[in-house]
Design a protein around this ligand. Structure first.
Ligand code: AMP
Length: 290
């Protein structure tokens, strides 16, 4: 595995690979790699000739009071995981190379970026869309892999690619979970033992709500009450930022579940913010029920 920090060096090697007709797969990450990241890498490895993974803790997607400084880091462990997964090139740029003095462009996927997490983390998705647009321009992948764990981010990146006519196939991969259901996340490392136990309530609340939806409860106020009932029962969950059922494409909160939807929630446990979601699909004629 080549470790590349320099943008021009990466662009030049990939130009050569592209001229040879090789399909390039790309997995962008912020590091502290866990099996969620590795599942994307495994899928990408199977579907491409050349596999690039990036590790870049993107400063511009963190607000001033967020956990940029405290975000878990494990560069040596990450590099050996990437090596073990047969990645061809690890791209590890510095913030000063990505955002040199005078950098002044922002990519804003308006509408979707202001909803859910975007409403609570102003500027977050502009930071995400900007770095992903840069990484896509640097790597020029045929396919890029993202996790459904970050559902809103996936929608925004798909929209970015469509709106800017990027010739990239965005592949969304299923959420990998711990045995108690908690979605794997680098931020889980910031939880103390009791907090880690409490965090299981997040997935539990959403999967309980999914069962209720499947059994015919399609009124969102009712479903929301069930989710919040479980979350608020857990004293270590200090804040429920949002928890409800949203349209799967627009992310508008629904009144009634009548088609493709997503159950999504964001909570705080101490100063750790956790998100999760479950798609609601394949309901039998939901509009005719209840
Ligand atoms: P991050 O390093 O948190 O920016 O994540 C890098 C990529 O891994 C993103 O596309 C995430 O959606 C994805 N990812 C993070 N956690 C998981 C998970 N538990 N299962 C699947 N994909 C994940």
């Amino acid at each position: 595995m080549e470790i590349i920090r320099n943008i021009k060096v990466l662009q030049n090697s990939l130009k050569t690979e592209r001229m040879r007709g090789r399909a390039i797969g790309f997995v962008p990450t912020m590091g502290a790699l866990h099996d969620g990241h590795m599942s994307l890498i495994r899928t990408a490895r199977l579907e491409n000739d050349i596999l690039i993974a990036s590790i870049f803790l993107n400063p511009i997607q963190f607000g001033p009071s967020e956990d940029f400084e405290k975000y878990p880091k494990d560069m040596d462990g990450d590099i050996s995981k990437l090596r073990g997964a047969d990645v061809d090139m690890a791209f590890l740029p510095d913030a000063s190379a990505m955002y040199p003095e005078g950098f002044s462009t922002a990519v804003d996927v308006r509408g979707l970026s202001e909803k859910l997490c975007g409403g609570l983390r102003p500027g977050h998705f502009t930071g995400v869309a900007t770095v992903i647009a840069k990484l896509f321009n640097i790597v020029g992948p045929e396919r890029a892999y993202f996790g459904q764990k970050d559902y809103q981010q996936g929608l925004i990146i798909k929209k970015l690619v469509r709106d800017l006519n990027m010739d990239i196939n965005v592949v969304l991969c299923p959420t990998r979970r711990e045995p108690d259901g908690l979605a794997m996340s680098s931020r889980n490392l910031r939880l103390g033992a009791d907090e880690r136990k409490a965090a299981a309530a997040l997935y539990m609340s959403l999967s309980f709500a999914l069962e209720k939806i499947k059994s015919g409860i399609l009124n969102v106020r009712e479903v929301k009450g069930l989710i919040k009932g479980i979350l608020s029962h857990e004293p270590l969950i200090t804040d429920i930022e949002y928890a409800s059922v949203y349209d799967a494409e627009s992310l508008d909160e629904l009144d009634e579940i009548t088609g493709r939807a997503v159950l999504a929630a964001a909570v705080r446990i101490g100063d750790v913010r956790l998100i999760d979601n479950i798609p609601v699909e394949g309901l039998q004629n939901p509009a005719k029920k209840g």
